[in-house]
Design a protein around this ligand. Structure first.
Ligand SMILES: [Zn+2]
Length: 266
């Protein structure tokens, strides 16, 4: 049985300055925020959007471990690297939970979704980003599970009959307006096969390409990955691609260049 032993912040709202537009990104490992979403995180921050990254594990099962001798040491190291990356991306709030890296598929779905739902209800993002269920180009099962947990949390956060105990703490049902899966226009031959979500939004991050790479480089324990990451990023062009997976107002799909297109501010 894998369990989360972290303690939650009693009230995020009390020290969270809520902007008009809010973006939440749910990832699995420290470095996902930079590699998967870094350009968009920084771009929307520069546009005045409050950004939150919720990372489900401290990455303690990574292949590359720096000077860490134990999983605990690696987790501590990677929490610092995550904070440094969030600084580069100017993320308003970076949160790492304490679930076990590599084991997300073994967790109790209802309990993990409870926790993600709670963050959605507290932070009230209009737009949520996560991986697609294929697990991104790396096909990592933790990425797939982050997608599953987040997809359910986005749907359930708006319902009065899901986790009603949250409402005793002053929270209310909250409806996210758009859920996007990160996706790509390529696959990696050396990895397991994936069936990615079709691209419905392309975000031009050309201004932020170097920032994205710098944020990835903040994860110094993962230095052996830097050359392949940088090559891939530079070869694939200055875009981040997304699939619009859910909307609060039903409608047909169309191609987008702005994740906040059509968003109603509150
Ligand atoms: Zn990852």
């Amino acid at each position: 049985m894998v369990s989360a032993s972290h303690t939650r912040t009693p009230s995020i709202l009390s020290r969270y300055n809520q902007a008009m537009r809010r973006l939440m990104c749910v990832t699995a490992h420290p470095d996902d925020e930079a590699g998967g979403f870094g350009g968009s995180l920084r771009l929307y921050r520069d546009r005045g959007v409050e950004t939150c990254v919720l990372c489900l594990t401290p990455g303690q099962a990574a292949t590359y471990r720096g000077a860490a001798r134990t999983d605990q040491e690696l987790a501590a190291l990677r929490r610092k690297e995550f904070a440094a990356s969030c600084e580069v991306l100017q993320v308003s709030r970076g949160i790492i939970l304490d679930y076990a890296d590599g084991q997300l598929h073994r967790l109790d779905v209802y309990n993990v979704v409870r926790e993600v739902t709670r963050y959605v209800r507290e932070l009230r993002p209009q737009v949520v980003l996560t991986f697609g269920p294929e697990g991104a180009v790396t096909a990592h099962p933790d990425h797939s599970m982050a997608s599953v947990f987040t997809t359910l949390a986005v749907q359930w956060a708006g319902r009065s009959n899901r986790y009603p105990d949250h409402f005793n703490d002053g929270l209310a049902p909250y409806r996210v307006q758009k859920l996007y899966y990160g996706t790509a226009n390529f696959t990696l031959l050396e990895r397991q096969p994936i069936s990615p979500s079709p691209i419905t939004a392309v975000i031009d991050i050309s201004q932020y390409l170097e920032t994205k790479i710098a944020a990835f480089h903040a994860h110094a324990s993962q230095a052996p990955l830097f050359p392949i990451f940088e090559n891939t990023i530079r070869q694939r062009g200055p875009n981040e691609m997304f699939h619009l997976a859910a909307v609060s107002s039903p409608g047909s799909i169309r191609q987008e260049t702005d994740l906040f297109d059509g968003i109603q501010e509150d």
